[in-house]
Design a protein around this ligand. Structure first.
Ligand SMILES: C[S@@+](CC[C@H](N)C(=O)[O-])C[C@H]1O[C@@H](n2cnc3c(N)ncnc32)[C@H](O)[C@@H]1O
Length: 263
């Protein structure tokens, strides 16, 4: 019986052999801890969670990962030009279950989407969606976006960056885990082409205010809004799953579109 079956079917639990460190949860699939050898004590913007993977997601991970997936190991540079056949490339950080990512890729086949998250079920879900929709402009990266940006992408590599509904970390003592901070923006700006747009969205008002404040103050970004404020949701961004949950709770959603300054 596979590890998946033992975790999800009724009846006596089967004890499976422990995996060696770094051995994929699914044969040929994403690494268990892609940057496990990366020595750093940085505070992470995500919490590792071991979530249930459906049979469909497991199948997609095993079948499609070798072709469309990559691990964020921090050890090699990525040639986006080759990976996406010369298409302009947008990085999406934290795609969750990937429904919005797949929709955006289908609506804009002339743009490559490098989608990164640490969430295994979401990786399987996005691979499955891309496969069923016949998309060839999506790649799924497994690991920490900071390591991807810092170690694996060249300067001016990105034509855009999307961060939709990053974990809000509402407790004050967790604010340091929030992704959108000055140091992150400095790193992101170096990997973006001048004129490329960083598009953020959140349903957590205090985080929206923080985003607007740090983006407005950052010398490498300029607001695409003449009034210096939030933007309405652009028609190309579909509603995301996390956004739907926020709307159900009565939250207001804010979009921010900032251009990388310079030439
Ligand atoms: C609140 S969810 C939003 C998911 C999706 N964008 C949506 O709107 O439904 C945030 C996602 O960001 C991912 N995440 C947070 N920090 C990350 C990082 N440093 N690198 C990659 N993914 C990250 C989490 O695993 C999670 O799936």
């Amino acid at each position: 019986m596979s590890e998946f079956e033992s975790a999800t079917t009724e009846g006596p639990r089967t004890v499976t052999a422990p995996r060696a460190k770094g051995e994929p949860r699914f044969p040929g699939g994403p690494a268990a801890d892609p940057a496990g050898s990366h020595h750093e004590r940085r505070i992470r913007s995500f919490q590792p969670r071991r979530s249930r993977v459906t049979p469909g997601q497991a199948d997609a991970l095993q079948r499609l990962w070798p072709t469309w997936g990559l691990d964020v190991d921090g050890l090699r540079g990525l040639d986006l030009e080759e990976m996406f056949d010369g298409l302009p490339v947008v990085l999406e950080i934290g795609f969750g279950m990937g429904e919005a990512t797949a929709q955006m890729a289908a609506a804009d086949p002339g743009t490559g989407i490098l989608a990164v998250d640490v969430h295994t079920p979401g990786q399987g879900n996005l691979l499955g969606l891309a496969d069923r929709m016949g998309l060839s402009n999506v790649r799924v990266a497994n690991g920490d976006a900071i390591i991807l940006l810092r170690e694996m992408l060249a300067a001016d590599a990105l034509d855009g960056l999307r961060v939709y509904f990053p974990d809000p970390w509402p407790k004050k003592r967790h604010h340091k885990r929030r992704l959108i901070q000055p140091e992150f923006l400095t790193l992101a700006a170096r990997r973006m082409k001048p004129g490329a747009v960083l598009h953020c969205a959140t349903d957590w008002e205090p985080y929206a205010d923080q985003m607007l404040e740090v983006l407005t103050a950052h010398p490498d970004f300029e607001n695409t809004r003449a009034d210096g404020g939030f933007a309405p949701r652009p028609p190309f961004r579909p509603l995301t799953r996390f956004e739907g949950q926020g709307l159900d709770k009565g939250h207001a959603v804010h979009d921010l579109l900032f251009r990388r300054a310079g030439s």
